[in-house]
Design a protein. Structure first.
Length: 104
């Protein structure tokens, strides 16, 4: 998904970006009902950061990581996002967007 950007990114940033995009697109697919309407992915590379935004036509969700005791085998996406991203947030919709920034 990010192959055209790899030449512009440090290996660690590219790995984090790939992981976070995978987690958030999967969350969108599983929880928003967007499978039939599509999921938008936008990535911008700036001098000092990478910004990504994933959007769908879902109604939104609580923007906080799921506590460990409630996670089970899933529920790690927002926890990983919270650990890796410099900043992140949610704009409720529709369309709902989850965005994040990684330092370069």
């Amino acid at each position: 998904m990010i192959e055209p950007l790899r030449a512009k990114l440090d290996e660690n940033v590219a790995a984090d970006l790939t992981l976070l995009l995978s987690e958030l697109v999967t969350n969108s697919y599983r929880h928003s009902g967007a499978a039939d309407e599509g999921i938008g992915v936008d990535v911008e590379v700036a001098h000092d950061h990478v910004r990504a935004e994933i959007s769908d036509n879902g109604a939104g969700f609580r923007a906080e990581p799921v506590p460990a005791e409630q996670r089970g085998e899933g529920g790690w996406g927002l926890m990983i996002l919270d650990q890796l991203a410099e900043r992140w947030g949610v704009r409720k919709g529709p369309p709902t967007s989850v965005w994040f920034e990684l330092a370069r």
